[in-house]
Design a protein around this ligand. Structure first.
Ligand code: GDP
Ligand code: CA
Length: 328
């Protein structure tokens, strides 16, 4: 079976671990978000791609969920001693080697997708990991504070400001001229099932969908498309996704996120809601937690199951529910 998933960082990577455990023989392609990418100290850093690569390759810090296990921060301490920031971005010593290799390859002219493939030769994540684009797209957030209205890099808003300053807009800069990386559109078009993991709907999945051609590919694929809600009981399970949703005018609820993605209007189990003039959205199926049972997404089948990825077994059960609603 060919499975294609869009993915951000931690939520995406944990879900993908369940996909690989549930479907050990599947051919899994992951389209990763690169909108969080940032250049620091001359190094190109791709946090979400690395989180997926390290998580599936066995190198992730289990405690933090990002960065490397057995990590030290000597270089970061030395930079701080020079008064060189930013202090809000965690750069571990082991992790730095990844950024050095990546930057060297990019500077030599290799596209990011080639770089990711080279890094994955070491990590063997068990999936084909593709960046959403080889072009530079960086998410910026428009805020207003004592310094007036300005745009900051998403990482500054997320890590330094902890998303506590309201976002007036969240903009994936240069997305409109980006091209999907080689293989991205085919992976969506030729899949047997397309999965939207419980990643941030705005700055992870939303950014991938903002690359021209990707949203249409998901809409038009012959494969069933099933999403998993990152929102349970009106709150993000982890992180500040609520601040992102508020910025785009979407309520922080499993139903509202499902409606935001939209049903495709060809639900496997026809319902009155699906028959009503359904928007041409992305989803055939939408998984919500049992506490959100009763959520309705016109044009999609909604299934309520426990959605906390507390351990691998719980995550595998979520993946099986997604496949069940997909009918594959
Ligand atoms: P990031 O790039 O590291 O922020 O990771 P993602 O965008 O892939 O995922 C972040 C989202 O994962 C957050 O909005 C969380 O609500 C969601 N999330 C984290 N853990 C869980 C979980 O156990 N269950 C569900 N349903 N969502 C989760
Ligand atoms: Ca991210």
């Amino acid at each position: 079976m060919r499975v294609t998933a869009l993915a951000g960082g931690i939520g995406g990577a944990r879900f993908l671990r369940g996909v690989l455990a549930a479907l050990p023989d599947a051919d899994v392609t992951v389209i990763g978000n690169t909108g969080d990418d940032i250049t620091l100290h001359g190094l190109r850093i791709c946090p979400d791609l690395d989180t997926v690569m390290y998580t599936l390759g066995g190198g992730i810090s289990a405690e933090r969920g990002w960065g490397r296990e057995d990590e030290s921060f000597v270089v970061a301490e030395e930079l701080a001693a020079y008064g060189v920031g930013p202090a809000w971005f965690g750069l571990g010593d082991r992790d730095l080697a990844t950024h050095l290799v990546r930057t060297e390859m990019l500077d030599a002219g290799y596209p990011l997708s080639d770089v990711v493939r080279a890094l994955c030769e070491r990590w063997q994540p068990g999936v084909r990991l593709l960046p959403m684009t080889d072009d530079r797209v960086e998410t910026h957030v428009v805020i207003a504070d004592d310094d007036g209205q300005r745009a900051v890099h998403f990482q500054e808003w997320w890590l330094r400001l902890r998303a506590a300053v309201p976002a007036q807009a969240i903009v994936p800069l240069r997305a409109e001229t980006a091209k999907p990386a080689p293989g991205v559109l085919d992976a969506i078009g030729e899949a047997d099932v397309v999965l939207l993991p419980p990643s941030n709907p705005v700055v992870s999945i939303g950014t991938i969908l903002a690359v021209p051609g990707v949203r249409d590919a998901v809409r038009e694929t012959a494969a069933p498309v099933v999403g998993v809600s990152p929102i349970i009981g009106g709150a993000a399970v982890r992180g500040m996704a609520d601040a992102c949703l508020t910025a785009i005018g979407v309520e922080t609820s499993a139903q509202a996120v499902g409606v935001h993605y939209g049903g495709r209007g060809r639900a496997a189990v026809p319902s009155a809601a699906a028959d009503a003039a359904a928007p041409a959205g992305l989803l055939d199926g939408w998984l919500v937690d049992t506490v959100d049972a009763g959520a309705v997404v016109p044009g999609a089948t909604v299934l309520a199951r426990p959605l906390l990825m507390t351990d691998l077994a719980a995550t595998v059960a979520i993946v099986r529910s997604a496949l069940e609603v997909a009918g594959v």
